[in-house]
Write a protein that binds this ligand. Structure first.
Ligand SMILES: [Ca+2]
Ligand SMILES: [Ca+2]
Length: 185
């Protein structure tokens, strides 16, 4: 306003204040898979970050973890708004590892005496994404599954396989367990 009372400012454009994004994070725990790898995405760490003009992009400085990262890792979540303003916040990613080892017996005696009647693979319940094949000496598949529940008892097409040695291949493409299984009734 000038000395005459005229308001010369009234048409001045209003400055829109574009605030930086407000970043909220959460700490998480991730489990290495059976290949020893865990991956996260920004949404795993984000905890309802927001921005007055909208969020364009969220990114992490670390998204892949291995056995070298077991324990606590500080990860930075970066958030960019629609006008290019950015802000960051950290979170703790705790990396843990389950025991994916399995114990595969090489002997079953499927004669319903309650001893070794089924092929019990200890620890198989912790694994997924694998294929289990059992072959006879001719290389023919006599058992095949991708979800083994410790139920194989030496049967093939509802018939008892003959006593003898069979061969298994248990693999997820990275880890391979192979060996023999003897069937004795
Ligand atoms: Ca903003
Ligand atoms: Ca038995």
């Amino acid at each position: 306003m000038d000395n005459n009372g005229n308001n010369t400012e009234q048409n001045q454009s209003v400055t829109v204040i574009n605030e930086d994004p407000v970043v909220f994070t959460q700490d998480i725990t991730v489990t290495l898979d059976e290949n020893g790898i865990a991956s996260i995405i920004p949404e795993n760490i984000d905890n309802d970050s927001y921005d007055d003009c909208g969020i364009t992009n969220m990114s992490l400085d670390i998204s892949d973890f291995t056995v070298d990262d077991l324990g606590e890792n500080t990860v930075i979540l970066s958030v960019i708004d629609n006008s290019g303003k950015s802000a960051q916040e950290t979170a703790i990613v705790t990396v843990i590892q389950l025991d994916y080892s399995i114990e595969i017996p090489n002997f079953i005696s499927p004669n319903n005496d309650g001893k070794n009647d089924f092929w019990l693979i200890k620890g198989v319940e912790n694994l997924q994404g694998y294929t289990l094949n059992i072959f006879n000496k001719l290389g023919e598949v006599v058992y095949n599954t991708t979800d083994y529940n410790n139920t194989w008892d030496g049967m093939y097409n509802n018939k008892e396989l003959s006593n003898g040695t069979y061969y298994y291949n248990f693999t997820n493409g990275v880890i391979v367990h192979k060996g023999f299984i003897t069937v004795v009734r």
